[in-house]
Ligand binder design. Structure first.
Ligand SMILES: NC(=O)c1ccc[n+]([C@@H]2O[C@H](COP(=O)([O-])OP(=O)(O)OC[C@H]3O[C@@H](n4cnc5c(N)ncnc54)[C@H](O)[C@@H]3O)[C@@H](O)[C@H]2O)c1
Length: 331
């Protein structure tokens, strides 16, 4: 039994069609609707999805198809990881962010009210199927967030890709499909190369978390009203300022990073709310933290992260506060 899971919008635009095409191949297909956006990534939404699976009689031989953005992918992946102690999940990402990043790598989770992704599991998808033509139906705000993870993958691993993004900004924002396909493929290759060597996130994979200590804190402290893409964009800009003092990240690289993010339609200025104290409190729950200290994945330069299996650094809270203030003053 296949269970297609999507939110109302994606069901209407794409997932119902997909379910019909699968049925036409004599597959037994059920469809389940879940909430949209971060509202999908809650313990309550997971429980409701489980109740539906039970009603449908979905057994250990069923497969879940997650059709949608990163939020639905994370909820469905986590539910598949625990249903009957683990059933297969197929990821069908329909946002740029999910195609370029979230659908691959097996990290699945739901949020707690004050802490992003705290409850989750590693569950590799059986397959990932992406078609950039579905990006045409995305609202602008749902589309541009994806560039944050694309820029991040370039910033941590591939300066040539970063230069390509600098050259291709206009066409990417205009959703030229050959450029989008290239960007997704290149970001995925970078992620696959890093994740393959560290599936369980025991060390090196943390390089992919550049911008995410501050980014996740912004999401959680704002009650998830700040979305993941913009939050990571601001997070990278702030952490690049932290990196100047901690790793010698060049100032002109921080400027290039901010300029590229702005050109792609993303914010870089830390908002005045949530207050910095709430941000720091949320950052204290970050999964990279060790021995009670906040850790960040900070680059040495564009395309270059510290070597070794412990690529994160403990950062004093005063340094973070200082970078937040500098980020506000600069823009
Ligand atoms: N598991 C991972 O490795 C990983 C990595 C990065 C991000 N994430 C997670 O991904 C989430 C963000 O994902 P997102 O940016 O895709 O946003 P999202 O999942 O919140 O979806 C955004 C909106 O886009 C709509 N939508 C999706 N596809 C559409 C389409 N083709 N046409 C029209 N509308 C469409 C949805 O209905 C939704 O309202 C965050 O929760 C983040 O933590 C996970």
């Amino acid at each position: 039994v296949l269970v297609v899971v999507a939110d109302a919008r994606v069901l209407a635009l794409h997932a119902m069609d997909l379910a019909a095409r699968l049925r036409s191949r004599d597959l037994s297909v059920h469809v389940v609707e879940v909430p949209e956006g971060e509202a999908a990534k809650t313990r309550e939404a997971k429980a409701a999805l489980e109740d539906r699976l039970l009603d449908l009689g979905a057994g250990a031989d069923s497969t879940l198809l997650a059709v949608g953005g990163g939020a639905v992918g994370d909820l469905v992946g986590f539910t598949a990881a625990t249903w009957h102690r683990g059933i297969p999940v197929v990821q069908v990402p329909t946002t740029l962010l999910a195609m370029a990043d979230a659908a691959l790598g097996g990290k699945t989770a739901v949020n707690l009210p004050g802490a992003k992704n705290l409850l989750g599991s590693f569950h590799e998808p059986w397959g990932v199927f992406a078609d950039v033509s579905v990006l045409a139906t995305l609202a602008e705000s749902d589309f541009v967030g994806g560039f944050a993870e694309v820029v991040k993958s370039a910033a941590v691993a591939d300066v040539a890709f970063f230069r390509w993004l600098e050259r291709s900004g206009q066409g990417l924002v205009a959703r030229e499909s050959d450029l989008l396909e290239h960007a997704v493929a290149r970001a995925l290759r970078i992620k696959a190369r890093i994740v393959r060597r560290d599936l369980r996130d025991g060390g090196r994979r943390a390089v992919l978390n550049f911008g995410h200590t501050v980014g996740h804190a912004l999401e959680a402290a704002s009650g998830y009203t700040i979305r993941h893409g913009p939050a990571v964009s601001i997070g990278m800009s702030v952490e690049a300022l932290v990196a100047q003092g901690e790793t010698g990240f060049p100032e002109h690289h921080a400027q290039r990073l901010a300029a590229l993010l702005l050109r792609l339609g993303l914010p870089v200025r830390p908002p005045d709310l949530p207050p910095d104290a709430a941000l720091i409190a949320a950052a204290r729950h970050d999964k990279k933290n060790r021995e009670g200290r906040i850790h960040c994945a900070l680059p040495l330069a564009l395309g270059r992260m510290p070597r070794g299996h412990r690529p994160t650094l403990a950062v004093d809270e005063t340094r973070l506060l200082d970078a937040l203030a500098r980020g506000r003053a600069a823009s």
